[in-house]
Design a protein around this ligand. Sequence first.
Ligand code: TTP
Ligand code: MG
Length: 357
Amino acid sequence: MRKIIHVDMDSFFASIEMRDNPELKSKAIAVGGSPKHRGVIATANYLAREYGVKSAMSSAEALKKCPHLILVAPRYEVYRAVSKQIRQIMLRYTEQIEFLSLDEAYLDVSESISCQGSAIRIAQAIRQSIALELNLTASAGISSVKFLAKIASDLNKPNGQYVILPKYIPEFIKTLPLKKIPGVGKVAEKKLNNLGLYSCADIQNYDLKTLLEQFGKLGKMLYEYSHGVDNRQVEVDRERKSIGVEKTLNQDINTFQEYEFIFNSLYKELETRLIKISTNLTIASQSVKVKFDDFQSSTQQHRYPRLDKTDLFNLATKLWQQKRQERGVRLVGLQVQLLSDYAQKQLSFFDLEPEGI
Ligand code: TTP
Ligand code: MG
């Protein structure tokens, strides 16, 4: 039986901004880009959330929902530095740490001898150190498998923790809504609901074969999770799977000429990033992503051993010609997917900008 802790910081970027500027503490704030440049919200503090301000919402919409919202520009360097401090605190208890993002990590404390081996007390101790030393709050979930630890860390948020003991797992799972399972997005949720599937109990009573036919890999995962099975290990120093650059445009574009111009500038940026990692980086594939004015996105990916401008531009052209259908373009992104051993050896998660902000 493993002991897994999932730690997730509370309104991470926003809490750091409030800590470093106490005047913001009693106000509704959000970290994000300016509405003048079609910025989006990275996160909001809990006060702003009461007005409906959420991550990934456009800053313009956030200001409509909460006109007195204070918008703070992100300071990634600071967030990265804090993330490293959090890791240092966790390392006092175990080296089995897998960061999922700057503010979120799994810990496998099965072998830890601290706190008499109690995962509950280790989680408490980590949260207490984060509070005392960094002046920030974290929440934690504790269970014997990863997905339940992650779900649990949300249940007493903010500044709380929740345990799902192995003996209570069957009972907990039964009523667990499928939409709470990490990996089930809006589209999958709708498809599941259309088949009358809402909770893990529904999956337990459903036919595995149909599930696999309808959902492939996701179906297998849902079947296993609904029976309390999640064999994923905590992957120490989790590999980075891709590197990308993207730009939300100040104005939708409609001509290929403008598109080519943005492609060129993004390509340069991506190239610079990759050169920082290695001057001769072997990759798995490269891809282009475009988001249209109706917020639908489309991606073209191509197996290719290294970043190559001509090949990538061909992909971009194909996307424009085949997928645009006269729609305006609001975002363009370029990415390379990494080979796993390169990813593991050459990249430190903490040295890269987060994507999608
Ligand atoms: P989350 O842990 O999802 O959010 P949070 O820490 O702000 O709030 P919560 O208390 O609910 O955990 O994400 C961590 C940070 O990642 C968040 O502070 C900002 C950033 N982020 C984005 O930039 N864009 C996003 O869409 C999301 C979800 C997060
Ligand atoms: Mg968080």
